[in-house]
Design a protein around this ligand. Structure first.
Ligand SMILES: [Zn+2]
Length: 112
């Protein structure tokens, strides 16, 4: 299970430099969360995406004296990361996600 509100240290995540094509899913329940096509280099130290596939819930997070938007898995409620408004076009969003909260499903490239 995902650690409650756990945040890994920046630049340690296993998916930070992953450049393979595929789908990032919730590590806890397998819900599809992000496509590798929307992953970008944000230099924040965590895997970042500018668009979610839809299986997420956004919640206002006022912990640590800051007002941020928390990103949760819609299916299981697991903590995924935070959403910021300084991402690239076309969405201007930056989903900053813990590698620990993600699993990666590599796109099958074989032709039937
Ligand atoms: Zn989940």
């Amino acid at each position: 299970m995902l650690r409650e509100k756990g945040t890994e240290l920046p630049f340690t995540g296993k998916f930070l430099l992953n450049k393979e094509k595929g789908i990032y899913v919730c590590a806890a329940c397998g819900a599809e969360l992000f496509s590798s096509d929307t992953k970008f280099e944000s230099h924040c130290g965590w895997p970042s995406f500018y668009e979610a596939k839809g299986n997420i819930t956004l919640k206002k997070d006022t912990s640590h004296g800051m007002t941020r938007t928390e990103v949760l898995c819609k299916k299981c409620g697991g903590h995924l990361g935070h959403l910021f408004d300084d991402g690239p076009k076309p969405t201007g969003k930056r989903f900053c996600i813990n590698s620990l909260s993600l699993d990666f499903k590599k796109k099958k490239t074989s032709v039937q």
